[in-house]
Design a protein around this ligand. Structure first.
Ligand code: ATP
Ligand code: NMN
Ligand code: ZN
Length: 284
């Protein structure tokens, strides 16, 4: 496995989920910061970054159509040779848990016969209590069962800011089992500010603490307080957003007149999809 051979690095794909309403320079920076971090460890090689804008069914207030959000993200990443936009999530008719998006992107990276070979590697007598695997590693457990040229599957790690990590603590927003699977099977990369509430948050959560070796906290030293909310606010007030979002994005917003007091009222009074879903689940 990768760790036994210091020359072989673990390949990592970074997945960022969010509204991207609109995408900002900060979102693009998250990827660069995470990539530098992983490469500085000497153990990982980041091979790809994926931006997955949430679908309209998420129902967040002020969320404009996925069509526009995806287009802007694509414009913003046109000059990146490693970050791309994927619209699979946003083209689903219903809102999807982030875990399902992670699973989908991980599955996509598996060789076509990977699930079969995984089953093959488990002795019949032990079916039903498979050996615990390393995070995200769907290669056969036993080395001798593995063809020598099989490459381990890259890990797909969820890339987020500390606000998303801290949203794990909001009642009914995330299912505990989803959080567990995200940190256990995939891993989390969290970009945080000096001062570090993220560390405290992990300390105070038993589940996060248990898997803290699979949670990577990346310190953002060159702080950057751009958020989509602030961009939309500036636009409503007729203020410039130049140098805060890529220029192609700014041009697209202006051309299509995307953000206004009216667009900010979209989904006003509507319950956010995860809250709706988890509240009705707990009633059943
Ligand atoms: N300034 C920031 N520092 C660290 N992470 C950030 C920052 N801004 C956004 N992120 C992260 O980017 C991802 C996508 O976030 P999102 O689409 O909500 O953007 P946002 O700028 O936070 O938008 P909004 O203001 O509408 O919440 C999330 O994981 C979020 O934590
Ligand atoms: N239970 C879950 O899987 C869950 C809950 C809340 C938000 N999310 C995701 O986190 C992201 C949050 O984006 P915003 O910060 O823009 O609301 C979205 O991609 C959303 O789908 C996932
Ligand atoms: Zn946000």
């Amino acid at each position: 496995m990768a760790m036994e051979d210091p020359e072989r690095k673990t390949e990592v794909v970074l997945l960022a989920c969010g509204s991207f309403n609109p995408i900002t320079n900060m979102h693009l920076r998250l990827f660069e910061l995470a990539k530098d971090y992983f490469h500085e460890t000497g153990k990982y090689k980041v091979i790809k970054g994926i931006i997955s804008p949430v679908g309209d069914a998420y129902k967040k207030k002020g969320l404009i159509s996925a069509n526009h959000r995806v287009t802007m993200a694509k414009l913003a990443t046109k000059n990146s040779d490693w970050v791309e936009v994927d619209d699979w999530e946003s083209s689903q008719s219903e809102w999807l848990e982030t875990l399902k998006v992670l699973r989908y992107h991980h599955q996509k990276l598996l060789p076509p016969d990977a699930t079969n070979s995984l089953e093959d590697a488990v002795p019949l007598t032990k079916l039903g209590r498979k050996r615990k695997q390393e995070p995200n590693r769907h290669e056969p457990v036993k080395k001798k069962n593995r063809s020598p040229d099989i490459k381990s599957v890259p890990q797909v790690k969820l890339l987020c800011g500390s606000d998303m990590l801290e949203s794990f603590g909001i009642p009914n927003l995330w299912k505990l089992e989803d959080i567990a699977e995200i940190v256990e099977k995939h891993g989390l990369v969290c970009i945080s500010r000096a001062g570090n509430n993220a560390q405290k948050f992990i300390y105070e959560s038993d589940i996060l603490w248990r898997h803290k070796n699979n949670i990577h906290l990346v310190e953002e030293w060159i702080t950057n307080d751009i958020s989509s909310t602030k961009i939309r606010r500036a636009l409503r007030r007729g203020q410039s957003i130049r140098y805060l979002v890529p220029d192609v994005v700014r041009a697209y917003i202006e051309k299509n007149n995307l953000y206004s007091p009216e667009s900010e009222d979209r989904n006003a009074g509507v319950v956010l999809a995860p809250l709706q879903k988890n509240a009705s689940d707990s009633k059943n």
